[in-house]
Design a protein. Structure first.
Length: 110
């Protein structure tokens, strides 16, 4: 993977994490597993957990702790109303950028 792909993946980490959590309340490692299912969105735990911490500190995520079937207690994340607004704003921005790029690519030979 090239350096630009790494930077792109880091750039979409927030929107990807918020989108997974918007689907259902979930925990960190499950977010990593879900993102692995989508080409180009696989993020490591060392990327996802700091994003979760930052989003929670920014008031975009609600966090609750629950016993795990095995191992340490799990932290479950859900979107706050601010988190839902942020995801909506990010979706709008992403759609504009990706639409513009798609238009630009139409004139580029492969």
């Amino acid at each position: 993977m090239g350096a630009w792909e790494t930077q792109l993946r880091k750039g979409v980490a927030e929107i990807a994490v918020l989108a997974v959590i918007a689907r259902e309340e979930t925990y960190g490692y499950r977010i990593v597993e879900v993102l692995r299912e989508f080409e180009g969105l696989a993020l490591s735990e060392s990327t996802v957990y700091p994003v979760l911490t930052r989003l929670a500190n920014d008031g975009l995520l609600a966090v609750r702790t629950e016993a795990s079937p095995a191992g340490p207690r799990r932290r479950y994340y859900s979107l706050t109303s601010s988190g839902q607004r942020r995801l909506y704003d990010l979706q709008e921005s992403w759609q504009k950028v990706s639409g513009s790029l798609a238009t630009l690519f139409k004139g580029v030979a492969r």
